[in-house]
Design a binder for this molecule. Structure first.
Ligand SMILES: [Zn+2]
Ligand SMILES: [Zn+2]
Length: 237
Protein backbone atom coordinates (compact mmCIF):
# COMPACT_ATOMS: atom_id res chain seq x y z
CA UNK A 1 0.00 0.00 0.00
CA UNK A 2 1.17 3.41 -0.97
CA UNK A 3 1.91 5.61 2.03
CA UNK A 4 1.94 9.38 2.08
CA UNK A 5 4.47 11.36 3.95
CA UNK A 6 2.64 14.26 5.49
CA UNK A 7 2.74 17.16 5.28
CA UNK A 8 2.44 17.38 1.49
CA UNK A 9 3.45 20.76 0.11
CA UNK A 10 3.03 22.47 -3.24
CA UNK A 11 3.77 26.02 -4.16
CA UNK A 12 3.85 28.10 -7.32
CA UNK A 13 4.29 31.87 -7.42
CA UNK A 14 1.90 33.33 -4.81
CA UNK A 15 -0.26 30.24 -4.49
CA UNK A 16 0.56 27.39 -2.14
CA UNK A 17 -1.03 24.51 -0.35
CA UNK A 18 -0.01 22.42 2.62
CA UNK A 19 -1.84 19.21 3.42
CA UNK A 20 -1.08 18.53 7.07
CA UNK A 21 -2.73 15.14 6.85
CA UNK A 22 -5.47 13.23 5.07
CA UNK A 23 -6.22 9.88 6.64
CA UNK A 24 -9.66 8.31 6.19
CA UNK A 25 -11.73 8.10 9.38
CA UNK A 26 -8.99 9.95 11.30
CA UNK A 27 -8.40 13.50 10.06
CA UNK A 28 -7.82 15.86 7.17
CA UNK A 29 -6.36 19.37 7.36
CA UNK A 30 -5.39 21.67 4.51
CA UNK A 31 -4.11 25.25 4.38
CA UNK A 32 -4.11 27.28 1.16
CA UNK A 33 -2.25 30.57 0.82
CA UNK A 34 -3.28 32.80 -2.07
CA UNK A 35 -1.28 35.99 -1.82
CA UNK A 36 -2.22 37.36 1.60
CA UNK A 37 -5.40 35.26 1.87
CA UNK A 38 -5.45 32.19 4.08
CA UNK A 39 -8.05 29.50 3.47
CA UNK A 40 -8.56 26.30 5.37
CA UNK A 41 -10.05 23.27 3.67
CA UNK A 42 -11.59 20.31 5.53
CA UNK A 43 -10.49 21.22 9.07
CA UNK A 44 -10.40 17.83 10.75
CA UNK A 45 -9.19 17.05 14.24
CA UNK A 46 -5.77 18.57 14.95
CA UNK A 47 -6.12 21.51 12.56
CA UNK A 48 -5.53 24.08 15.29
CA UNK A 49 -2.35 22.33 16.41
CA UNK A 50 -1.12 22.14 12.80
CA UNK A 51 -1.97 25.78 12.05
CA UNK A 52 -0.30 26.89 15.25
CA UNK A 53 2.87 25.15 14.16
CA UNK A 54 2.67 26.58 10.64
CA UNK A 55 1.61 30.19 11.16
CA UNK A 56 1.51 32.61 14.07
CA UNK A 57 -1.58 32.94 16.30
CA UNK A 58 -2.08 36.39 14.78
CA UNK A 59 -2.16 34.86 11.31
CA UNK A 60 -4.66 32.19 12.36
CA UNK A 61 -7.01 35.07 13.13
CA UNK A 62 -6.72 36.33 9.55
CA UNK A 63 -8.05 33.08 8.05
CA UNK A 64 -10.95 34.28 5.92
CA UNK A 65 -12.57 31.14 4.58
CA UNK A 66 -13.30 27.56 5.58
CA UNK A 67 -14.16 25.17 2.78
CA UNK A 68 -15.99 22.00 3.77
CA UNK A 69 -16.34 19.21 1.22
CA UNK A 70 -18.73 17.13 3.37
CA UNK A 71 -19.73 16.55 6.96
CA UNK A 72 -17.80 13.38 7.88
CA UNK A 73 -15.93 13.76 11.14
CA UNK A 74 -12.50 13.31 9.55
CA UNK A 75 -13.18 16.52 7.55
CA UNK A 76 -14.87 18.75 10.13
CA UNK A 77 -13.64 17.53 13.53
CA UNK A 78 -11.62 20.73 14.07
CA UNK A 79 -14.32 23.28 13.22
CA UNK A 80 -15.49 23.83 16.80
CA UNK A 81 -11.91 24.29 18.00
CA UNK A 82 -11.19 26.84 15.27
CA UNK A 83 -14.36 28.85 15.88
CA UNK A 84 -13.72 28.88 19.61
CA UNK A 85 -10.04 29.79 19.24
CA UNK A 86 -11.00 32.73 17.03
CA UNK A 87 -13.48 33.88 19.67
CA UNK A 88 -11.06 33.58 22.58
CA UNK A 89 -8.25 35.27 20.66
CA UNK A 90 -10.55 38.06 19.53
CA UNK A 91 -10.76 37.72 15.76
CA UNK A 92 -12.35 40.79 14.20
CA UNK A 93 -12.41 40.04 10.49
CA UNK A 94 -15.25 37.97 9.04
CA UNK A 95 -15.05 34.22 8.51
CA UNK A 96 -16.92 32.60 5.64
CA UNK A 97 -17.83 28.94 5.90
CA UNK A 98 -18.58 27.35 2.53
CA UNK A 99 -20.31 23.97 2.61
CA UNK A 100 -22.72 21.83 0.59
CA UNK A 101 -26.46 22.26 1.08
CA UNK A 102 -27.79 19.61 3.46
CA UNK A 103 -24.56 19.32 5.46
CA UNK A 104 -26.33 19.16 8.83
CA UNK A 105 -23.06 18.72 10.71
CA UNK A 106 -21.85 22.24 9.85
CA UNK A 107 -25.28 23.77 10.37
CA UNK A 108 -25.48 22.09 13.80
CA UNK A 109 -21.99 23.16 14.85
CA UNK A 110 -22.73 26.73 13.77
CA UNK A 111 -26.03 26.89 15.66
CA UNK A 112 -24.54 25.27 18.77
CA UNK A 113 -21.64 27.75 18.68
CA UNK A 114 -24.00 30.70 18.33
CA UNK A 115 -26.14 29.33 21.17
CA UNK A 116 -23.30 28.66 23.58
CA UNK A 117 -21.49 31.97 23.06
CA UNK A 118 -24.48 34.09 21.95
CA UNK A 119 -23.40 37.74 22.05
CA UNK A 120 -19.75 37.19 22.85
CA UNK A 121 -18.50 36.28 19.37
CA UNK A 122 -16.28 39.16 18.19
CA UNK A 123 -16.28 38.23 14.49
CA UNK A 124 -18.92 37.74 11.86
CA UNK A 125 -19.54 34.23 10.55
CA UNK A 126 -20.95 34.14 7.04
CA UNK A 127 -22.47 30.85 5.99
CA UNK A 128 -22.29 30.10 2.28
CA UNK A 129 -24.57 27.17 1.56
CA UNK A 130 -23.53 25.86 -1.84
CA UNK A 131 -26.45 24.58 -3.87
CA UNK A 132 -25.08 24.25 -7.38
CA UNK A 133 -21.79 24.33 -9.19
CA UNK A 134 -21.66 28.02 -10.01
CA UNK A 135 -18.22 29.62 -9.57
CA UNK A 136 -17.84 32.39 -7.01
CA UNK A 137 -15.10 34.65 -5.74
CA UNK A 138 -13.96 35.04 -2.16
CA UNK A 139 -10.96 37.01 -0.92
CA UNK A 140 -9.27 37.11 -4.31
CA UNK A 141 -9.72 33.41 -5.09
CA UNK A 142 -12.19 31.98 -7.60
CA UNK A 143 -13.86 28.80 -6.45
CA UNK A 144 -15.64 26.33 -8.64
CA UNK A 145 -17.58 23.82 -6.54
CA UNK A 146 -18.58 20.55 -8.18
CA UNK A 147 -20.72 17.63 -6.98
CA UNK A 148 -19.04 14.33 -6.20
CA UNK A 149 -20.36 10.90 -5.27
CA UNK A 150 -19.71 9.96 -1.67
CA UNK A 151 -21.76 7.66 0.53
CA UNK A 152 -21.94 6.38 4.07
CA UNK A 153 -23.29 3.21 5.66
CA UNK A 154 -26.53 3.14 7.61
CA UNK A 155 -26.86 1.23 10.91
CA UNK A 156 -27.17 -2.16 9.23
CA UNK A 157 -23.67 -1.79 7.82
CA UNK A 158 -24.90 -2.80 4.38
CA UNK A 159 -27.22 -0.09 3.09
CA UNK A 160 -25.58 3.13 1.92
CA UNK A 161 -26.83 6.66 1.44
CA UNK A 162 -25.37 9.56 -0.51
CA UNK A 163 -24.09 12.43 1.64
CA UNK A 164 -23.99 16.05 0.43
CA UNK A 165 -20.44 16.23 -0.93
CA UNK A 166 -18.44 18.60 -3.09
CA UNK A 167 -15.04 19.01 -4.63
CA UNK A 168 -13.52 22.48 -5.10
CA UNK A 169 -11.35 23.99 -7.80
CA UNK A 170 -9.45 27.01 -6.50
CA UNK A 171 -8.05 29.47 -9.06
CA UNK A 172 -5.62 32.23 -8.15
CA UNK A 173 -3.67 34.34 -10.63
CA UNK A 174 -4.33 31.76 -13.34
CA UNK A 175 -3.13 28.78 -11.28
CA UNK A 176 -5.59 26.01 -10.47
CA UNK A 177 -5.72 23.58 -7.57
CA UNK A 178 -8.41 20.92 -7.78
CA UNK A 179 -9.38 19.05 -4.60
CA UNK A 180 -11.98 16.34 -4.93
CA UNK A 181 -12.68 15.70 -1.24
CA UNK A 182 -13.99 12.17 -0.68
CA UNK A 183 -15.46 10.72 -3.83
CA UNK A 184 -16.06 7.65 -5.87
CA UNK A 185 -14.91 7.81 -9.48
CA UNK A 186 -17.24 10.31 -11.20
CA UNK A 187 -17.28 12.50 -14.28
CA UNK A 188 -17.13 15.80 -12.35
CA UNK A 189 -13.83 15.03 -10.65
CA UNK A 190 -12.44 13.76 -13.96
CA UNK A 191 -13.51 16.96 -15.73
CA UNK A 192 -12.28 19.39 -13.06
CA UNK A 193 -8.94 17.75 -12.35
CA UNK A 194 -7.97 17.73 -16.01
CA UNK A 195 -5.36 20.36 -16.82
CA UNK A 196 -5.20 21.70 -13.25
CA UNK A 197 -1.78 22.79 -12.00
CA UNK A 198 -2.32 20.53 -9.02
CA UNK A 199 -4.93 17.84 -8.42
CA UNK A 200 -5.48 16.35 -4.98
CA UNK A 201 -7.21 13.06 -5.42
CA UNK A 202 -8.39 10.67 -2.78
CA UNK A 203 -7.53 6.99 -3.01
CA UNK A 204 -9.50 5.87 0.02
CA UNK A 205 -10.47 2.44 -1.20
CA UNK A 206 -8.06 -0.20 -0.05
CA UNK A 207 -9.10 -2.94 -2.46
CA UNK A 208 -8.95 -2.96 -6.19
CA UNK A 209 -12.71 -3.33 -6.63
CA UNK A 210 -14.22 0.11 -7.20
CA UNK A 211 -17.24 1.06 -5.06
CA UNK A 212 -19.39 4.15 -4.67
CA UNK A 213 -17.61 5.61 -1.64
CA UNK A 214 -13.94 6.03 -2.46
CA UNK A 215 -11.56 5.47 -5.35
CA UNK A 216 -8.93 2.83 -5.79
CA UNK A 217 -5.32 3.90 -6.23
CA UNK A 218 -5.53 3.09 -9.94
CA UNK A 219 -8.67 5.17 -10.43
CA UNK A 220 -7.16 8.07 -8.50
CA UNK A 221 -3.89 7.89 -10.44
CA UNK A 222 -5.70 7.89 -13.78
CA UNK A 223 -7.37 11.18 -12.79
CA UNK A 224 -4.23 12.64 -11.19
CA UNK A 225 -2.23 12.06 -14.34
CA UNK A 226 -4.57 14.33 -16.31
CA UNK A 227 -3.35 17.27 -14.17
CA UNK A 228 0.11 18.86 -14.37
CA UNK A 229 0.96 17.53 -10.91
CA UNK A 230 -0.99 15.52 -8.40
CA UNK A 231 -1.10 14.15 -4.88
CA UNK A 232 -2.92 11.00 -3.86
CA UNK A 233 -4.44 11.46 -0.43
CA UNK A 234 -6.81 9.72 2.01
CA UNK A 235 -5.06 6.40 1.50
CA UNK A 236 -5.92 4.10 4.44
CA UNK A 237 -3.09 3.72 6.95
ZN1 LIG B 1 -12.82 11.16 4.67
ZN1 LIG C 1 -16.15 11.00 3.89
Amino acid sequence: MLRQKYPLKWHKENFSIKIFCSIPNIATGILIKAGESLLVVDPGDGILRDLNKEISPKKILTISDLYITHGHHDHIGGVWALLTYMRVMNKHTPLAIHFPEGCVEIESIYHAFKKVYSKTIPYEIKLNVITGSKSFKSNGVTIKPFPVIHKEYLHDGVTTKQVPALGFKFTYEGLKICYGGDTAYCSDIVKNAKGSDLAIIEAGHDEETPDDMHMTVNEAKSIGMSAKEYFLVHVPE
